[in-house]
Design a protein. Structure first.
Length: 192
């Protein structure tokens, strides 16, 4: 039986790539908060989309909706620029990690740059949310809180149904768990 030995450099590169790549993937490809169909983080509706969709229930007038759309549009423009920068910075990180002897200090500094970008995007999203909420009356804010609670409950139910479907697909006859699939092997037995 062939044993798998972990070489430190590729293992470090793989770990850093996954740790940074997955959360930043959405940021760098431009599908982050507020992109596409009014969806924000984790597929939840952005505040602007939620308000627009429920304008009648929240009793929002057209001038308030127009101001909300202006705020959201400006945020999206700034976010696009940030996403493009995240792409470039992520590419720099990947290039560093592909070097024969990457400098740990340089890699960690690049990780900090990517982390700062992620923080800036989060701040931008929250700033937009606060600007939009400032346009609402106390009654509208209370109704919005009810609306969000309803949305969270629907999401919890949907997530529970997905878990149950996955669990039923993983179990064999009479509820016995099926063995997990073997991970794909590589040609030379390394991580890359």
């Amino acid at each position: 039986m062939k044993t798998l030995t972990l070489r430190p450099r590729p293992f470090l590169a793989a770990t850093l790539s996954l740790a940074l790549g997955l959360p930043l993937y959405a940021l760098a490809k431009g599908d982050g908060p507020g992109f596409g169909h009014g969806r924000g983080r984790h597929g939840t509706p952005s505040l602007a989309h939620l308000l627009e969709k429920n304008a009648e229930r929240l009793k929002l007038d057209t001038s308030t909706l127009a101001r909300i759309n202006d705020i959201e549009s400006a945020r999206k423009e700034r976010a696009v620029e940030m996403h493009e920068r995240a792409k470039l910075e992520r590419t720099k990180l990947h290039e560093m990690l592909e070097a024969d002897a990457p400098s740990e200090g340089a890699v960690m500094a690049q990780v900090d740059v990517l982390g700062d970008l992620r923080t800036d995007l989060q701040k931008e999203r929250l700033s937009t949310m606060l600007q939009i909420r400032a346009l609402l009356t106390p009654e509208q804010k209370a109704e919005l809180a009810k609306l969000r609670a309803e949305h969270r409950e629907k999401f919890k139910q949907h997530r529970q149904e997905r878990r149950e479907r996955r669990k039923s697909m993983q179990s064999g006859p009479e509820g016995a768990a099926t063995p997990l699939a073997k991970p794909p092997s590589t040609i030379d037995g390394t991580w890359f």
